[in-house]
Design a protein around this ligand. Structure first.
Ligand code: SAM
Length: 280
């Protein structure tokens, strides 16, 4: 299949890609198809797309989903996009995704039913977008193109060098899969790195206060390579002294000299629940 003529289409509207907005547009139809296919079994109630670009993925989603809402920050794309995406069951929201309230969007566009998130993410704000998604419980599946190394970091096991708070939160709240990898030449312009399509499916963690859990997990990573209970940074962040932290570890059957970055997502959940019950 021929690649999409991204530059030709932009030129028709006097536009250029904007590097500052992470505009690496997909031009390989098979990759677009792969993303749409991975998202659509879950997209029955509607799809929230992050970042429209020239509307290539938007169009594929609109051809199959009941309702699609796309959040795009770059208003200069509006004339092009309105011509390319002429579907009555599609809406554009000209906004910064980081200012979106997923709960409000759910009420406004998806009758409070769970919706699917799809996006070839702007890489400069991947972490912020993922953090916000993980704090919101409104969606039933997210299919996201991210840098390959970010996908690997999110899914890596406890104790590994790349394991961090966002890996714990991702794995605590979701089942994560790296579906396929995408080389730079599939984009216009080509990024410097390989990408990966990640699918996140929420699972029940039993955690109600996600923000509190996130603060708890982040505190454990303030003291990499240090003992969790003995670390002043952890003690200060959790407002617990060394004895209390040691007691917390004992109550979770963990050794008192354990290091925070070795705890699995399940151990973090258990520790947080015990801490909430007995100490916080
Ligand atoms: N979906 C298109 C594709 O696959 O070709 C575009 C992907 S491009 C990597 C990322 C898109 O996100 C761009 O259209 C960019 O303008 C948009 N974007 C960047 N920052 C944004 C933000 N803060 N909020 C919403 N959209 C943003």
């Amino acid at each position: 299949m021929n690649h999409i003529d991204v530059l030709g289409l932009l030129r028709q509207y006097g536009l250029h890609t904007n590097k500052n907005l992470g505009q690496n547009f997909l031009k390989d139809p098979s990759v677009l198809e792969g993303i749409a296919k991975a998202a659509l079994p879950f997209g029955e109630n509607g799809i929230l797309e992050i970042g429209a670009g020239i509307g290539s993925l938007t169009t594929l989603l609109c051809q199959r989903a009941k309702k699609v809402v796309t959040v795009e920050i770059d208003r200069s794309l509006q004339p092009l996009l309105e011509a390319q995406v002429p579907f009555p069951h599609h809406s554009f929201l000209w906004k910064d995704i980081l200012e979106c309230d997923y709960s409000a969007l759910s009420g406004e566009y998806f009758s409070k039913e769970p919706f699917t998130i799809v996006g070839n993410l702007p890489y400069y704000i991947t972490t912020e977008i993922l953090s916000a998604l993980l704090m919101s419980g409104q969606w039933n599946c997210a299919v996201l193109m991210v840098q390959k190394e970010v996908a690997e970091r999110l899914l890596c096991p406890p104790g590994s060098k790349e394991y961090r708070a966002l890996s714990v939160l991702t794995q605590a709240f979701c089942k994560g899969e790296l579906l396929f990898e995408v080389p730079p030449h599939c984009f216009q312009p080509a990024p410097h790195v390989w990408s990966g399509v990640l699918r996140l499916t929420p699972k029940d963690s039993g955690i109600e206060d996600r923000e509190g859990f996130a603060r708890f997990v982040k505190s454990a990573f303030l003291a990499r390579r240090k003992m969790f209970a003995a670390s002043p940074a952890v003690q200060q962040a959790l407002k617990m002294n060394k004895e209390q932290l040691s007691a917390l570890l004992r109550s979770a059957d963990l050794p008192e000299n354990a290091r925070g970055e070795t705890f699995s997502p399940e151990q973090f959940i258990n520790l947080y629940k015990l801490a909430q019950k007995n100490f916080l």
